[in-house]
Design a protein around this ligand. Sequence first.
Ligand SMILES: [Zn+2]
Length: 170
Amino acid sequence: MNDQPLIIKDGIYQYPSPILSRPVANYDLDLPETEQEIHRDSMRLQSVLDQTPQGVAIAANQCGIRKSMFVHRLHGDYMTVINPRLHITPDQYVEDILIPEGCLSIPGMTVHIGFKRYRQIAVSYFEYPSLSFIEETIEDFEAQMFQHEYDHLCGMTILDRLYFDYSTSS
Ligand SMILES: [Zn+2]
């Protein structure tokens, strides 16, 4: 038993809860019971966001679920993103963060400078409830949000991105 004490506020695990620094697992879409699991997890994330007017999106592990899902409401309605992937080529345009970036797991901290986000990215994921496979290119704030939530699912937060330069990483 070497886990640090968990700090949970309004259903959201707070930094430095260990669950925030562990990569999550993909949903196994071949299993018949997975759809019910996805439904339950999506409802849970939506209800947490309902209580969090300042948040645009939340990743499953921020709510204690170690699965590859995030929910956002960038376009009004809730959107559920399953097993997301980022497809980045080395020559893609990179710039400093577009707008100040905060995190529901690190309240009170807003990052204005110090790390880079891609302005435009190609992404793929499964969408719930249709479970259809989506491939698209997104940009600006939507791309920034996607990178933030994808980082969570990889076990990273904005604190891990400080001073990290994508353009020099392999
Ligand atoms: Zn966050």
